[in-house]
Design a protein around this ligand. Structure first.
Ligand code: CMP
Length: 392
């Protein structure tokens, strides 16, 4: 049995993107090819394009590779057209065409015609099929995450980029001033000195161009340190944005789960936000022993979906979504009073003992309810005996 009660107005208030995702019309149409098949097609096309550049193959073989590239392109174009047809309305088609996936699909289709138009040598035109390499990443969930992280940190990254540009221009000009007389070949103009500046600033340091004057070397040291700092700052900004984004997703996911548990349904958004920070979600497979009789316990569980059975004698107790268990060991400091097994694949919210204490401080009314139920269960159990564990 699934509990369908939702906290009115409290469901995922921050998740504007989630609503859009749920209603994403791009997901509604069946796909003409599965991602695996589509990736296979891309791989075959790209391999044929790469092999076609090798002079070791004779003309008929090269023609064969070219035919494969063109066949792959026809299949990609047909898939694209089919997808657009299935989306039917312009609004849905526009949404698809402006998404990363749609843009990559469109670029894949246009790649070869662009090659044929722009390059006179037909063999070279096939090199435009390189755009298909983007097709590998269009289904990746990680790409969406990466994109969002970049968006979140763009202001900080742009500041770093501006600083980077400033150092780059100053370094190139100073290097030109210090080194132009001694090394006119490589520092004879600011654009020439830019090569040294970029290589030094990115800490690539090929060593093909090096300053020889004292001032030039001092400048080189300064630019190298500047480059390291720039990259360290960038890495820090991106890593922090990644961590924040993952935390935000986790928060929204837990929020969704918490609001399906009737036990929390009377709480306002602020209280739910409080609780969401304390709970961890866990998926458990059917037959998993979640709690074993006699063991010490430091976590309690809320059933979000699925079913858990408390193995009690004479009759087991079935816990459906909305129920909780594992609270007795936490509240009474006793070993687990019974074994609890997931009798269906379930989603649980886990609260550990330290967080239960925090919850008692912040929301005593909730913990009182849990405690009252724990007492009732203990009394009921005093006349019964727990069955041995069946699953393990
Ligand atoms: P705990 O003793 O920590 O671990 C086993 C859990 O089974 C227990 O907490 C309760 O949450 C649950 N439990 C024990 N007895 C009953 C009962 N009579 N009815 C429902 N749940 C129970």
């Amino acid at each position: 049995m699934l509990i369908l009660v939702k906290v009115q107005g409290a469901r995922n208030p921050q998740c504007r993107g989630c609503q859009r995702f749920r209603a994403n019309p791009m997901k509604s149409g069946p796909r003409s090819l599965s991602p695996t098949l589509s990736n296979g097609l891309t791989t075959v096309g790209l391999f044929a394009m790469i092999l076609g550049t090798s002079p070791t193959f004779n003309d008929p073989l090269q023609l064969f590779f070219a035919a494969i590239v063109v066949a792959a392109w026809i299949a990609i174009a047909a898939k694209f057209a089919l997808r657009l047809r299935k989306l039917r309305t312009w609004a849905r088609q526009r949404l698809y065409l402006t998404s990363a996936e749609g843009l990559i699909d469109a670029a894949s289709v246009l790649a070869l015609p662009c090659g044929w138009l722009m390059v006179s040598e037909p063999k070279d035109a096939l090199l435009f099929a390189l755009a298909w390499a983007l097709r590998y990443i269009r289904h990746t969930a990680g790409l969406a995450l990466f994109w969002r992280v970049m968006q979140r940190s763009r202001t900080a990254l742009l500041s770093i980029a501006s600083l980077f540009l400033a150092i780059f221009f100053v370094a190139s000009t100073l290097a030109y001033i210090f080194e132009r007389q001694i090394q006119p070949e490589v520092f004879g103009s600011v654009p020439r000195a830019m090569w040294w500046a970029i290589v030094t600033l990115t800490t690539t340091g090929y060593g093909d161009v090096t300053p020889v004057t004292v001032w030039g070397r001092l400048l080189g040291g300064w630019v190298m340190v500047g480059g390291v700092v720039m990259f360290a700052l960038q890495a820090g900004i991106i890593a922090t944005a990644f961590a924040e984004e993952l935390q935000r997703r986790h928060f929204l996911h837990t929020w969704d789960l918490v609001t399906t548990v009737p036990f929390f349904q009377d709480l306002g958004a602020a209280a739910i936000a409080d609780i969401v920070r304390l709970l961890e979600s866990r998926d458990v497979a059917e037959g998993t022993v979640i709690v074993r009789k006699g063991e010490p316990g430091d976590t309690m569980y809320f059933v979000v979906s699925g079913e858990a059975t408390v193995q009690l004698s004479p009759a087991p107790v079935v816990l459906t979504p909305g129920s909780f268990f594992g609270e007795m060991a936490l509240l009474f400091g006793t070993p687990r009073s019974a074994t609890v097994v997931a009798t269906k694949p379930s989603v649980l919210l886990v609260l550990d003992v330290a967080d239960l204490r925090q919850l008692a401080g912040r929301r005593p009314e909730l913990v009182n309810l849990i405690e009252a139920e724990a007492r009732r269960r203990r009394e009921a159990n005093s006349t019964t005996q727990a069955l041995p564990a069946r699953a393990g």
